[in-house]
Write a protein that binds this ligand. Sequence first.
Ligand SMILES: Nc1nc2c(ncn2[C@@H]2O[C@H](COP(=O)(O)OP(=O)(O)O)[C@@H](O)[C@H]2O)c(=O)[nH]1
Ligand SMILES: [Mg+2]
Length: 294
Amino acid sequence: MTAFRSGSVGLYGKPNAGKSSLFNRLLGHKIAIVSSREQTTRHLLTAVLTTAECQIAFVDSPGFQTRHRSLLNRSLNRRAGEAARDADVVAFVIEAGRFDAADREALRKLPAGRPAVAVVNKIDRVKPTSQLLPFVARVAREHAFAAIVPVSASTGRNVAELLRVLRGLLPEGPALYPAEHLTDRDERFFAAEILREKLFRLLGEELPYHCEARIEQFREEGRLRRIDATIWVDRETHKPIVVGAGGAMLKRIASEARHDMERLFEGKVFLQVWVKVKRGWSDDARTLRELGYS
Ligand SMILES: Nc1nc2c(ncn2[C@@H]2O[C@H](COP(=O)(O)OP(=O)(O)O)[C@@H](O)[C@H]2O)c(=O)[nH]1
Ligand SMILES: [Mg+2]
């Protein structure tokens, strides 16, 4: 019989490498939010996978931010390092065929003394597959990785192999959480995350970085959840863009968010969303503390 192993794996790497997508794929649920923009992930998020052979607490993290120099981004960068520092094993996620300055910078900040696995993600984009070999060889020269595993978070290809490799690097030991435990974040947290995902997906290039989603009220009435939320914007001029012509954009944001919340919570959601100008929120230490960013 194989020994039971348990421990934590920190997902680490530059923004957009696909950490949150991989996190969801490893856990088999959509838990973390995903978009094609930097900074989508703003909080550390832990979720636990329990199988017959192991229990792994995966920690998703924000990538190192390079674009904006706000206080928020400095705090996100601290978080990015924390996830890796506190984990038994680091999964360093990079994009297949691309190893750039941002990857090298993240690698430089990789905490010492932790086994690190290079996860070469997005292999579904590499054609023909033979092109992967020279890339893997190049990655091997960058750092003494415990292993290099190519995967696709989108298709799920080779993710079972990644799991096998990660498990092998964890210490033998009993489960630390009950088998049914998935995450320690509550529904209120996920409601805010889902709403923020819609901002990142539906608003233009720059705007999402100036927005934050906040849950003001979360009430359960039987199987119905009544949720009041606000979208904070940084400037007066942002507000009409988030609201859209005749309120169309805000309606779309709220309706897509409600749909995802209903799926996650497995029950009806009544969601009301307001837009408020909160000038300089991403540079205000007190506000950031209230939002759980420091
Ligand atoms: N083609 C492809 N796209 C991916 C894959 N994994 C993630 N993506 C996309 O890459 C973007 C960033 O993903 P996300 O998980 O938010 O990256 P994170 O910033 O590292 O958490 C999103 O548009 C994802 O849909 C993959 O395996 N293949
Ligand atoms: Mg992410």
